[in-house]
Design a protein around this ligand. Structure first.
Ligand code: ADP
Length: 187
C-alpha cells in the first residue's frame, strides 16, 4: 500500500500514520520527523531548516525532494509506505509524481483528514504544553495554518481531479478515526 495522508497541522496525520503502519505493515515516513532529526543532529541541512521550521514556513522543495528520494530508496519501502507531511504544495505534488514514476511505485490512495480550524488551534495548543515543540508557539501555529490554506489546500484538488482522494472526518476518538481511514482504504 502506497498512501499519502493529507491534512492541516493538528489534524492527527502523524498519530494515525503511526497506527496505520502497524495495520498495513509499511513504514511511516514523516517529512517533519525527518527534518527534526536533521535539526537534532546539527547536520548542514538541519542548520538550514531550523529557523524556517521554527517560524512555521516551508523548507525548500529542493531539500525535501532530496530527503524523500533517499528515504523512499531504502529497502523497507519496497512494499509500500505511508507519507505524512508531503506533498505540501503543488510543486511537491508534481515532484512526487515524477519520483514515484521513476521508481515504478505509483500511489494507491490519498486520504485527507478533515478537522475544523477551531479544533486544530485547540489541539496544537495542547500539544505545545505536552511536547514543547519549537513551532507550536501561537505565532508559528498561526503561520502554519496560513501556509496550509495558501499552499497545501490546493493539493487536495490535485488528487481529487485524479479520483484517488478520500475525505475522512478527523473529529472523534483515535480509534474511530483509524477505523474510518481503514474503511476508506477498503480494509
Ligand atoms: P505539522 O503538520 O503538525 O505542522 P510537521 O511535523 O509535518 O508538522 O512539519 C513541521 C515543519 O516541518 C513544517 O512546518 C515545515 O517547516 C517543515 N516541513 C515538513 N514537511 C515539509 C514539506 N513537505 N515541505 C516543506 N517543509 C516541510
Amino acid at each position: 500500500m502506497r498512501l499519502v495522508l493529507l491534512g492541516p497541522p493538528g489534524s492527527g496525520k502523524g498519530t494515525q500514520a503511526a497506527r496505520l503502519k502497524e495495520k498495513l505493515q509499511v513504514p511511516h515516513i514523516s517529512t517533519g520527523d525527518l527534518l527534526r532529526a536533521e535539526v537534532a543532529a546539527g547536520s548542514p541541512l538541519g542548520l538550514q531548516a531550523k529557523e524556517v521550521m521554527a517560524r512555521g514556513d516551508l523548507v525548500s522543495d529542493e531539500i525535501l525532494l532530496g530527503m524523500l528520494e533517499s528515504r523512499l530508496g531504502r529497502e523497507d519501502c519496497a512494499k509500500g509506505f505511508i507519507l505524512d507531511g508531503y506533498p505540501r504544495n503543488l510543486a511537491q505534488a508534481d515532484a512526487l509524481d515524477g519520483l514515484l514514476a521513476k521508481i515504478g511505485q505509483p500511489l494507491d490512495a490519498v486520504v485527507q483528514l478533515d478537522v475544523p480550524t477551531d479544533l486544530l488551534v485547540e489541539r496544537l495548543a495542547g500539544r505545545a504544553k505536552a511536547e514543547g515543540r519549537a513551532d507550536d508557539n501561537p505565532e508559528s501555529v498561526r503561520k502554519r495554518l496560513q501556509v496550509y490554506d495558501d499552499s497545501t489546500a490546493p493539493v487536495i484538488g490535485f488528487y481529487e481531479k485524479r479520483g484517488v482522494l478520500a475525505h475522512v472526518d478527523g473529529v472523534g476518538s483515535l480509534d474511530e478515526v483509524l477505523a474510518r481511514i481503514l474503511a476508506a482504504l477498503g480494509h
